[in-house]
Design a protein around this ligand. Structure first.
Ligand SMILES: [Zn+2]
Length: 284
């Protein structure tokens, strides 16, 4: 999925329709011409160095793709067990997990309705600096930190963006976007003070996306999709009592000649709790 999105940023001839990449089967549209960007990766010389001024081609290559952290454990949330005695599947837990799900997924008309976002979702305000072609813009932008804390905020930062509908150079825009990591852009700026200097910039890249709707309608749609067989999962960081210290945050050691035990801070937890990244899969 992430690879396909980055291919979209690097592929040089994508139509506007093909840039809507949150579908489950975009392979046919992104497959062509992998050779063109690949040959230029090798040639991508030192960053930010002046070069041949006559060259106005644009080459965008992945530099540091956004890495989704791996889950240590997986578990199943079964809708059939909702609110049964002793089951963790409660209405409240479903609402909590759906809130996390909304931060990790986007609306996708092409598939079952929701698709996993390639990276953290945020809101971006931008001014178009240069049209890099094929729906990709170089923008100067402000963006908020993502709600999950994985993408820090930025102000007045250059970034690469693929909006649904691109405003003209110099115009402003606002969009909900998913971060796809950092890309290297080799191009010749047309704006002051860099105009005419061939250079490579490493910048965050974003793709405009449609966020999930909040509230009970969104949750109901999600439940209906799970009941009809759609496979979804959500990643959360869950806190559990530490087994090593029994949830105390320290272990005791008897000291000779003293009534009180020595308290040794537990090295595997924080104040008695361990945080485990869990993937919860939803089943009917
Ligand atoms: Zn502990």
């Amino acid at each position: 999925m992430r690879l396909l999105l980055i291919l979209a940023l690097t592929a040089s001839r994508l139509s506007a329709q093909e840039t809507s990449l949150f579908g489950k089967k975009p392979s046919a549209t992104t497959a062509p011409e992998p050779a063109a960007p690949a040959t230029t990766i090798g040639a991508s010389a030192p960053a930010d160095g002046p070069d041949d001024a006559a060259d106005t081609s644009v080459v965008i290559t992945p530099f540091k793709p956004f890495a989704q952290p791996e889950a240590k454990e997986t578990r199943t949330f079964s809708l059939a067990k909702m609110n049964r005695p002793l089951a963790f599947e409660s209405t409240r837990e479903l609402q909590r997990l759906f809130s996390a799900f909304m931060l990790q997924h986007v609306t996708d008309a092409g598939s079952a309705g929701f698709a996993r976002a390639p990276g953290p979702i945020t809101t971006i305000e931008y001014v178009v600096q240069q049209d890099l072609g094929d729906g990709r813009l170089l923008v100067k932008a402000n963006w908020n930190a993502s709600a999950d804390g994985r993408l820090p905020a930025a102000t007045e930062a250059f970034a690469v963006m693929m909006p649904e509908k691109a405003p003209a150079v110099g115009e402003k825009g606002t969009a909900v976007v998913a971060n796809v990591g950092m890309v290297a852009v080799r191009f010749t700026p047309t704006f002051a003070p860099l105009a005419g200097r061939r250079l490579t910039m490493r910048r965050e890249a974003f793709i405009e996306c449609a966020p999930l709707t909040d509230g009970s309608a969104g949750l109901q749609k999600f439940v209906d999709l799970v009941r009809s067989g759609s496979e979804f999962s959500v990643f959360t960081a869950e806190k559990f009592p530490c087994k090593t210290c029994g949830g105390l945050g320290f272990t005791r050691e008897a000291q000779k000649g003293k009534l009180e035990d020595k308290r040794i801070p537990c090295t595997v937890c924080e104040q008695g709790k361990v945080t485990v990244r869990i993937e919860t899969k939803f089943t009917p």
